[in-house]
Design a protein around this ligand. Structure first.
Ligand SMILES: Nc1ncnc2c1ncn2[C@@H]1O[C@H](COP(=O)(O)OP(=O)(O)OP(=O)(O)O)[C@@H](O)[C@H]1O
Ligand SMILES: [Mg+2]
Length: 305
């Protein structure tokens, strides 16, 4: 894996003394989709603002392809596209002129073919002559992506790309993000929709109160921390757990008609076979058994709390 962004011991404290980032170190690999997850105020936007050269760190350094973002801001900014959290676009511009303008800001010559291909990919081509004010919220978000891609960046930051977007459009956005990755763009996104990270990300990072809590490959994370639960529906109501079953730490739910058993999928012995045998010895008849695997969301909530 080739690193494309290296963040070393980054700290950011604001004028009022508030520490928004506390010794953050992180490497982003070329071609990956990295999802940064954290509650409101965790420091996600602050981190993105520093990498993209909008904000200056108090200490530490960020290199984009070995170019220090403070010493070589123009070079690093040229490699980066940013879709900001807040939607703010000149309302009376047309889509096409707004996107062309963004490209011009990076000193790149007009490229009708490139802009057309981005707008087509984002299903905005037919609307290219519409004014921004005439667009829906979801379309405006797509215009922001088009603007961010106008100068052909290798790295794209998406700060909550699907906040306030309906389910269908969110799925469209996911497709767009995956196809950008397939075209070789490295993507860093923040989101409050954990299912979005679960679907899109190759790696995830958890941040809370300005500190990175964990960075891990998504699949490894789900396997490593993944707990499974077995819901056992029984035919007769149970009020208390028989002595022989206490060791399984079962939970009684559903007014006594369901027993919940938690187990770790990484243990050699899950204990399921012996539990089922012991239930049978206690003459507890099973009606149904359902397994559930903990999601990235459960893992995240566990970590942050
Ligand atoms: N200019 C500023 N001055 C003082 N504090 C600030 C400033 N900008 C941000 N903060 C604080 O820094 C913390 C991190 O903010 P940031 O916007 O990075 O959070 P976030 O993780 O992006 O949250 P959200 O999920 O709500 O977008 C917050 O507590 C915020 O109030
Ligand atoms: Mg934010």
């Amino acid at each position: 894996m080739e690193p494309i962004i290296s963040i070393n011991s980054l700290c950011k404290s604001y004028k009022n003394g508030f520490i928004a980032l506390d010794d953050v170190s992180l490497t982003i690999n070329k071609g990956e989709i990295f999802a940064l997850l954290g509650p409101n105020g965790a420091g996600k936007t602050t981190l993105i603002s520093i990498i993209t050269g909008i904000s200056i760190p108090s200490s530490g350094e960020v290199n984009v392809k070995n170019f220090d973002v403070i010493k070589h801001p123009l070079v690093s900014k040229g490699m980066i596209g940013l879709v900001p959290q807040e939607v703010s676009i000149e309302p009376f511009e047309t889509i096409i002129s707004s996107v062309n303008f963004s490209r011009g800001l990076f000193g790149k010559p007009k490229d009708v073919k490139h802009i057309k291909s981005i707008l087509k990919q984002l299903s905005l081509w037919d609307k290219r002559n519409s004014k921004i004010i005439e667009l829906s919220g979801g379309m405006k978000r797509r215009v922001l992506i088009a603007k961010a891609l106008s100068h052909e960046p290798e790295i794209l930051f998406l700060d909550e790309p699907t906040a306030g977007v309906d389910v269908e459009l969110r799925k469209d956005m996911w497709k767009i993000i995956k196809s950008l990755k397939n075209n070789g763009v490295t993507i860093i996104l923040t989101t409050h929709y954990i299912e979005e990270a679960e679907y899109l990300a190759d790696r995830v990072g958890f941040i809370n109160k300005g500190k990175i809590l964990l960075v891990e490959d998504k699949e490894i994370l789900i396997n490593k921390f993944g707990k499974k639960t077995l819901s056992i529906n029984i035919d007769k109501k149970i009020i208390s757990i028989p002595k022989t079953l206490i060791k399984y730490k079962l939970e009684i739910v559903n007014s006594g008609y369901t027993l919940i058993y938690n187990y770790n999928i990484n243990n050699n012995k899950t204990g399921i076979t012996s539990l089922l045998n012991d239930l049978s010895s206690e003459n507890i008849q099973l009606k149904d058994i359902i397994t559930n695997q903990s999601s990235l969301e459960d893992i995240f909530v566990d970590m942050v709390s």
